[in-house]
Design a protein around this ligand. Structure first.
Ligand code: HEM
Length: 126
């Protein structure tokens, strides 16, 4: 008997695509966050975050197949992420998650994880 993952319960790839696209639309307009992204085109970064989140929540392992072990804290080390950057990231993500139309229990579970994950990426005191 197979157990439906969180990924399946929230609607699979389509749902993650919607959330991450909305998130990056917000990042593109954010004065603090936009300059952190090294590439002109945010498309590739959008794809990496989408594939990572899909994998994390029980979807296909495409992220690790192409990027290897996530080691997210290490991959964020080149960027200054202080409390202000964390809060800006969460502000963008909040909009994306709120607009995704998830059931409250799914929204809360996802949000709890994202807050924890964003905090764990902080690598600067200012
Ligand atoms: C990559 C910023 C939090 C997941 C990046 C990049 C930047 C960035 C500038 C490089 C863009 C790229 O080329 O992919 C930030 C900031 C955060 C934050 C300012 C604020 C706390 C998070 C969190 C997660 C996450 C909480 C996961 C839940 C990722 C992933 C990548 C990435 C998967 C691509 C890694 C790779 O495969 O190279 N982030 N990030 N980030 N971020 Fe974040």
């Amino acid at each position: 008997t197979s157990v439906e993952t969180f990924y399946d319960q929230v609607g699979g790839e389509e749902t993650f695509r919607r959330i991450v696209a909305r998130f990056y639309a917000e990042v593109a307009e954010d004065e603090l966050l936009r300059p952190l992204y090294p590439e002109e085109d945010l498309g590739p970064a959008e794809e990496r975050l989408r594939l990572f989140l899909m994998q994390y929540w029980g979807g296909p392992h495409t992220y690790s197949d192409s990027r290897g072990h996530p080691r997210l804290r290490m991959r964020h080390a080149p960027f200054k992420i202080g409390p202000a950057e964390r809060d800006a990231w969460l502000r963008c993500m909040r909009i994306a998650v709120d607009e995704a139309g998830l059931e409250p229990r799914h929204r809360e579970q996802l949000w709890e994880y994202l807050e924890m994950a964003a905090q764990s990426m902080v690598n600067s005191w200012f």
